[in-house]
Write a protein that binds this ligand. Structure first.
Ligand SMILES: [Zn+2]
Length: 240
């Protein structure tokens, strides 16, 4: 096997190692996504509770202002009733007093309902804020482990890339560019040995007869017409 090809096969091995480490790194992603999702869920819950509490406080505010106004009107109605001399006047004033009393009674019960909801929502808001802190604590170990694993994989990748760069020095530039193009397109192995009957080691397409003699020396690297892989003759095996 010529040294150029040997060097290229080492680069390919280095690339395979990089891809394997990258696959381990990618496999870590779902764990982090799950942690983030869980955190998002409790944060959303807290936001919903706080928004509901805000809305209820606003309703309370509006209702209280309305009740102040209605109480004042009720006082006035009572005064009018007090001063009514004629029966007709007294009947009309009494009707107004009764109506206002009914409105106030309805508002009192609405107030009670709102006050209860506010109490419940305050409790829920406190609980959901607490849940955020609890979950953050619970996730500390998982996140630390994830970060450590990620860090060590990243440095493994960096080391593997340095090693690959060193290996690539041994390959002639044109061949390396050709190889890089093929391997990035395939996102996998690019160089394959031909089988004994000159078929592509990747897709099994046969190399045309007229191109075989030049390859027999093991120096010429051809491109497979079927799958674009780079093909070579394994001289050691073919002479064995
Ligand atoms: Zn092929």
């Amino acid at each position: 096997m010529n040294s150029e090809l040997e060097a290229l096969l080492i680069v390919q091995q280095d690339d395979e190692r990089i891809r394997a480490i990258e696959a381990r790194r990618d496999a870590l992603v779902p764990r982090l996504v799950a942690l983030d999702k869980a955190r998002q869920r409790v944060a959303d819950e807290a936001t919903r509770n706080e928004a509901a509490l805000e809305r209820e406080l606003e309703r309370l505010h509006v209702l209280e202002a309305r009740m102040v106004e209605h109480r004042q009107r009720h006082e006035k109605n009572l005064a009018v009733l007090d001063q009514a001399h004629k029966l007709k006047e007294a009947t009309a004033a009494l009707a107004q007093v009764e109506a206002a009393r009914k409105v106030l009674a309805d508002e009192e019960s609405e107030l009670l309902g709102i006050t209860r909801r506010i109490t419940d929502l305050r409790t829920a808001a406190i609980l959901s804020r607490g849940a955020i802190d609890t979950l953050a604590l619970e996730q500390v170990d998982a996140r630390t482990a994830h970060a450590a694993e990620r860090g060590s994989i990243d440095s493994e990748i960096a080391d593997a890339r340095v090693r690959r760069e060193r290996s690539a020095h041994g390959v002639e530039r044109t061949l390396l560019v050709r190889y890089d193009r093929v391997q990035s397109r395939r996102n996998g192995a690019a160089v394959f040995a031909l089988s004994a009957d000159y078929a592509c080691g990747s897709c099994d397409t046969a190399i045309p007869r007229n191109r075989r003699p030049s390859m027999a020396s093991g120096v010429v690297i051809e491109t497979c017409e079927g799958c674009g892989a780079l093909l070579y003759v394994d001289v050691a095996r073919s002479t064995a």
